[in-house]
Design a protein around this ligand. Sequence first.
Ligand SMILES: Cc1cc2nc3c(=O)[nH]c(=O)nc-3n(C[C@H](O)[C@H](O)[C@H](O)COP(=O)(O)OP(=O)(O)OC[C@H]3O[C@@H](n4cnc5c(N)ncnc54)[C@H](O)[C@@H]3O)c2cc1C
Ligand code: SF4
Length: 316
Amino acid sequence: MKPFTYERPASPAEAAAAAARHPAAKFIAGGTNLLDLMKLQIEAPPHLIDVNGLGLDGIEPMAGGGLRIGALVRNTDLAADARVRRDYALLSRALLAGASGQLRNKATTAGNLLQRTRCPYFYDTNMACNKRQPGSGCAAIGGVSRQLAVIGHSEACIATNPSDMAVALRALDAAVETIAADGATRSIPMADFHRLPGDTPQRETALRPGELITAVTLPAPVGGRQIYRKVRDRASYAFALVSVAAIVQRDGSARVALGGVAPRPWRVEAAEPEVARGAGPAMRAILDGARPTHENAFKVTLAERTLGAVLAEARG
Ligand SMILES: Cc1cc2nc3c(=O)[nH]c(=O)nc-3n(C[C@H](O)[C@H](O)[C@H](O)COP(=O)(O)OP(=O)(O)OC[C@H]3O[C@@H](n4cnc5c(N)ncnc54)[C@H](O)[C@@H]3O)c2cc1C
Ligand code: SF4
């Protein structure tokens, strides 16, 4: 690990100002992703800004019926919150499908949103990777691509976003609240939060340099049957090959977001009316334009069958 300096600010404004003073600094929350990356020297921030003392660990009701989840709320606490379990069961289920109990005890809401890809070549510093080293190439294209994206990827990068929580947040129409060094705040819809790679796969989100996530907001509950189904190579401690987050209403209308198939949680609102016609038509519309590799073409079929199972469960 490269040497680094460390500070522990006491407020979000102080943390954002510290980031402005140290442009190459990183925020550290639970550290469950960042420290691994630092040990492998994939990330080498000269300065760490510890955000654990910022008082961002509450879950508060919002006017109009939503919830405001502090950026530092641990994944375990969020999944167990009675309001989340009752009104946003999709989120609770997605969180519990991720990582392990020990990791969820440390992992935070903001850190989970910003975790980096699990593309094997990103973690191997001997291999070309445009995301790790812009302009170096992409060893995954033509390489081992079984886990990688089938849609939304580019000639520069075919990695997937690994977060389970983010898939549920996309289906729930959540938004990400931030504060910048100058004190300006903004709310970024989940639909706009994760970027597609294009020719700049190193830029993964809409965050600006030094911008701190302060909270995630959930709109008023929408009810419905909320199901998160994750298909993976083993029953725990594994990232999704395909996951389906669905909210199915009594009248048959549904929201559907997919994990494991794209560089960001994949939701196509215009395709959702097709759910009434069944999993096949729905998935053809949701994955319209998919360009799988010969190794991961199975994900297209798997996504359709997973949605079929989810719809059968939702409709009893
Ligand atoms: C073995 C293993 C298995 C896993 N399995 C799964 C899985 O199945 N599904 C899944 O979804 N996840 C999985 N994870 C990932 C895990 O969920 C993430 O590591 C965790 O959520 C990251 O949260 P953290 O608080 O530890 O983030 P950190 O490691 O502290 O930070 C991650 C990133 O977020 C940035 N950051 C943190 N807080 C803020 C903030 N407030 N504002 C701006 N930037 C911030 C940091 O600078 C860093 O870039 C797994 C991890 C491991 C190690
Ligand atoms: S797919 Fe993306 S993360 Fe993986 S090697 Fe290629 S550029 Fe790197």
